[in-house]
Design a protein around this ligand. Structure first.
Ligand code: NAD
Ligand code: UGA
Length: 459
């Protein structure tokens, strides 16, 4: 079959896989190929056991794979054949040298740029899908035009705003698709070509355009705003616990102001995920680079509050359980950084587990999707950790349960049965406020929500 266009995506991760699956699903007229240096990942994408868990993903991959969606390890061939190349490689925080612990590590990005330059023998549109520091497109342009082959490229910025767990919905009905380009004739033509792809399913008014630097920066700013909202609501939880106010009621009262809106106001143990912290650190680094110390400090405080909140959760457990956790058996309900994903990158559960191990607890971990990742994350940590699929079995003989991930299934458990199997006095620390606190208290639990006064049976 002759396809209208050949699209390639370099990087078959959480973003590359689902975004390309959606393009292929919605646009059977395009051939979409996804490549990766990690052959095992490619094999998984070609199997029934996809490397990414996302509700609805299996169905669209099954529909498009082999029709116009292909996963292959042959990167060079993919580059040669493509007219449009999305680059969706990872851009983690740099762990060495200048900017260590803050700046984006662009080594994967640059390798890709060089490979595209070395292999290409015809004009291509390169689309930045990864989240990148402002002005990365300029570096990309400089690399791509640094030999004498005469092959032309246009670079576009098209950041991805999907959230894990809702990736398919976010991709199918995005709030917006942002495309940044150079305002040259060739840049605008490239932009139109990319718009044409999205126009297959995204309404015109939701496809917005900007200059390329605004687009790169908007992605970092969007994540910074979202994370800031969580730190803002979390910053009031301690005050609520002390004063008798209820953070859920406060959030509702604040969120009904149409200028603020109700979303992203769920108080929690803190935010996790591969991007919020990394992108804010990246923004902080950029500000420092430009000598904007006050701005850097302002945004860094979003991370400081998040670290404080995770630490505070452990201190609440310690204080509630008579200032010693040593030898006590504690069950973590959830290890993923949020519900509906198996991803544990930067999950608060990692931080909380490590702190609890320092307190010498016996830790039991349960999660419906993230057990393998949890085992990897805690590999080599000294102490007593076990992994139990079934939440009833996991919590039996425990002194306390801590809800770390907001999996819906935890709210539906038979807590009477759980209470009976636990050591007394039994404690529940609801780091997500998803349980029926009054009901648990009546069963006999001592209940510690986030941002609400505790309910205890102690005089
Ligand atoms: P990921 O680690 O899941 O996937 C990246 C993939 O790129 C890996 O499979 C890796 O093997 C591959 N790769 C690295 N170098 C390569 C190379 N030279 N050639 C071919 N493949 C290579 O990362 P991700 O979560 O998909 O994130 C990718 C980018 O998207 C990041 O910049 C991230 O900030 C951004 N982003 C992520 C999310 C999210 O929810 N995870 C959402 C929006 C944006
Ligand atoms: C986030 C953004 O929401 C996406 O728009 C963005 O594309 C993505 O980062 C990215 O660049 O990687 P994601 O991290 O997948 O998506 O998930 P979120 O739903 O944003 O949740 C992040 C963390 O905040 C989770 O740990 C979640 O539990 C926590 N959270 C979220 C709260 O504690 N309270 C809330 O009200 C909302």
């Amino acid at each position: 079959m002759k396809f209208k266009k050949n699209i390639l995506c370099i990087g078959a991760g959480y973003v590359g896989g689902p975004t390309m699956a959606m393009i292929a699903y919605k646009c059977p007229q395009y051939k979409v190929t996804v490549v990766d240096i990690n052959n095992e990942r490619i094999d998984q994408w070609n199997s029934d056991d996809l490397p990414v868990y996302e509700p609805g993903l299996d169905e669209i991959v099954k529909e498009a794979r082999g029709r116009n969606l292909f996963f292959t390890p042959d990167i060079e061939r993919g580059i040669k054949e493509a007219e449009i190349i999305f680059v969706s490689v990872n851009t983690p925080v740099k762990e060495f040298g200048a900017g260590a612990g803050m700046a984006a590590d662009l080594q994967y990005w640059e390798k890709t740029a060089r490979q595209i330059r070395d292999v290409s023998d015809s004009y291509k549109i390169i689309v930045e899908k990864s989240t990148l520091p402002v002005k990365t497109a300029q570096a990309m342009e400089r690399i791509l035009t640094s030999d004498s082959s005469g092959v032309r490229f246009d670079i576009l910025s098209n950041p991805e705003f999907l959230a894990e767990g809702t990736a398919i919905k976010d991709l199918e009905y995005p709030d917006r698709v942002l495309i940044g380009s150079r305002y040259t004739q060739s840049g605008l033509k490239a932009r139109d070509e990319l718009m044409e792809i999205y126009a297959n399913w995204v309404p015109d008014e939701r496809i917005i355009t900007s200059n390329i630097w605004s687009s790169e920066l908007s992605k970092l700013v969007a994540n910074a705003f979202l994370a800031q909202r969580i730190s803002s609501i979390n910053s009031f939880t301690a005050l609520c616990e002390k004063s008798g106010a209820d953070i859920t009621e406060v959030a509702r009262a604040v969120g009904t102001d149409s200028r603020l809106g109700p979303k992203f106001l769920n108080a929690s143990v803190g935010f996790g995920g591969s991007c919020f912290k990394k992108d804010i650190l990246n923004l902080v680094y950029l500000c420092k680079h430009y000598g904007l110390e006050e701005i850097a400090d302002y945004w860094e405080s979003v991370i400081r509050i998040n670290d404080y909140q995770m630490g505070r959760f452990v201190l609440t457990m310690l204080g509630a359980m008579f200032n010693t956790l040593a030898g006590k058996r504690l069950c973590l309900f959830g290890f993923a950084f949020k519900a509906n994903t198996g991803d544990t990158r930067e999950s608060p559960a990692i931080h909380i587990s490590k702190r609890l191990m320092e307190e010498k607890v016996e830790l039991v971990i349960t999660d419906p999707k993230a057990m393998n990742n949890a085992m990897k994350d805690l590999d080599g940590i000294e102490g007593n950790v076990s992994y139990v699929e079934d939440p009833y079995e996991a919590s039996a003989n425990c002194d306390a349960i801590a809800v770390v991930t907001e999996w819906g299934l935890y709210a539906d458990l038979d807590f009477k049965r759980i209470y009976e199997s636990m050591v007394k006095p039994a404690f529940i620390f609801d780091g997500r406020n998803i349980l029926d606190h009054e009901g648990l208290f009546e069963i006999g639990f001592n209940v510690f929500p986030v941002g609400k006064p505790p309910l205890t049976h102690f005089k």
